[in-house]
Design a protein around this ligand. Structure first.
Ligand code: ADP
Length: 448
């Protein structure tokens, strides 16, 4: 087992990894930018290293600074968390060259899944149903018109190397296509450094369903069931749950097996998530795979009792999976609300000093956060400050627990999305699980 793990991240996920390391008896190294000097992840790690100024490009995204910090402290592994360098095949390769274990899949698998149009092709070959679309990047307007005519409008143009819900364009007719293609290519180049885009059939109001897997380095892959993340704003998830209210046991088995077979075929190890969209007829289509821990992994942990981060670490240390597919049981229902430091109506960021902070507790509640009274939420990073999770025997109980937990959450000094979450939880459609990725648009447009 590793002796010391460097956590190349900040915020709640850095603390989450520290929790796993402490339980496994592994020492931790925190890295921090000058904006995070007083952050809790720095306080709770055994050692810490300043890696640069607040700007991410000069700190949390700066590979030489991270590798130097690992070398100086003698860390034998790096956990990248999510975001930042978590899907960097380059960091994984540099780690290999420096004999530091990167806690994630192999560089080649990260690279394959990171190029979404290539990943689509690989998944199709492995027997996974994908959305109809182009089989690689689309360069010219002529090609785009031919493919779109074949797919039928609407179509969506997506950045091949995109992520975080950015760089997507919905196109509803042939006249819009040429301009949309050029803008998408330009945006992809600016945001991701690679201008490649591809086309996919656009589904109106699908559900977002994703499958969590764990694979070891000995060829075993298991799935931990699905999560539903349909409540999104601008393609960003706001509320996630496990299991999905609309997936039957039979469908879960079939979907799980399809994903496990495909992940096995590409030699997948570590934690991973295969994302699908579900149409009105309950057909599921693969859209992308994420080769890292996800923000919403906790809801799966609540319903399966499996600590995904500890498993990730054990797998990276070369241990075989400690359980089989038959051991995985889905127990009850779990929901997560992402609490962001933002205005609940305008969504404008609200960084700053937190004056008062009190966490909810009680039966069935888990909170992952780095915030405390007098903490400062810096303006430099994403606005997620806490993940409030609830677990109940049924979806209704999980919702009831979440509502009272959020009602008992005290965060003063900055604005948060808690009031918005409370309104969603009180919504009849949400309560009846009548949700899709179009839910928030309807919800926000409804008269208040
Ligand atoms: P990213 O990697 O940027 O998060 P994804 O491919 O995972 O991009 O898509 C994010 C979200 O965008 C999905 O959850 C869904 O809401 C929407 N989306 C993506 N592709 C389609 C599509 N073909 N049809 C309808 N919605 C889509």
């Amino acid at each position: 087992m590793f002796k010391k793990i460097l956590i190349a991240n900040r915020g709640e996920i850095a603390l989450r990894v520290i929790c796993a390391c402490r339980e496994l008896g592994i020492k931790t190294v925190a890295v921090w930018s000058e904006a995070d000097e007083h952050s809790l992840h720095v306080r709770f790690a055994d050692e810490d290293v300043c890696i640069g100024p607040p700007r991410s490009a000069e700190s949390y995204l700066h590979v030489p600074a991270i590798i130097s910090a690992a070398e100086i402290t003698g860390a034998d592994a790096i956990h990248p968390g999510y975001g930042f360098l978590s899907e960097s095949a380059y960091l994984a390769e540099v780690c290999e060259a420096c004999h530091i274990k990167f806690i994630g899949p192999s560089p080649s698998v990260i690279r394959l899944m990171g190029e979404k149009s290539r990943a689509r092709r690989a998944m199709k070959k492995a027997g996974v149903s994908t959305l109809p679309g182009s089989d690689g990047p689309v360069e010219t307007e002529e090609d785009a018109q031919l493919i779109a005519a074949d797919l039928g409008f609407p179509v969506i143009i997506k950045a091949s190397n995109g992520g975080g819900g950015r760089g997507m364009r919905i196109v509803r007719s042939g006249n819009e296509l040429s301009q949309a293609l050029r803008t998408a290519q330009r945006e992809a180049q600016a945001a991701f450094g690679i201008g490649d885009v591809y086309l996919e059939k656009y589904l109106e109001a699908p559900r977002h369903i994703e499958v969590q897997i764990l694979g070891d380095e000995h060829g075993h892959v298991v799935h931990l069931g699905e999560r539903e993340c349909s409540v999104q704003r601008r393609h960003q998830k706001l509320i996630e749950e496990a299991p999905s209210a609309v997936i039957t046991e039979k469908q879960r088995k079939a979907l799980g097996k399809m994903v496990v077979d495909a992940a096995t075929a590409v030699g997948y190890s570590s934690a991973g998530t295969f994302e699908f969209l579900m149409d009105a007829q309950n057909n599921l289509y693969f859209i992308e795979a994420n080769t890292r821990l996800q923000v919403e992994h906790g809801v799966t942990e609540l319903v399966t009792g499996i600590d995904i981060v500890k498993e990730q670490i054990r797998i990276a240390a070369g241990e075989p999976l400690s359980f089989t597919q038959e051991d995985v049981r889905i127990d009850g229902h779990a929901i997560e609300c992402r609490v962001n430091a933002e205005n609940p109506d305008t969504f404008a960021p609200s960084p700053g000093r937190v004056d008062a902070f009190s966490l909810p507790g009680g039966p069935g509640i888990r909170v992952d956060t780095f915030v405390h009274a007098e903490a400062v939420v810096p303006p430099n990073y994403d606005s997620l400050i806490a993940k409030v999770m609830s677990h109940g025997r049924t979806r209704a109980e999980a919702i009831a627990r979440m509502r009272r937990a959020l009602e008992m959450t005290v965060i003063e000094g900055i604005e948060t999305s808690v009031p918005m979450h409370l309104k969603i939880l009180a919504d009849e459609d949400f309560q009846q699980a009548r949700i899709s990725t179009a839910f928030m648009e309807r919800f926000l447009a409804a008269p208040k």
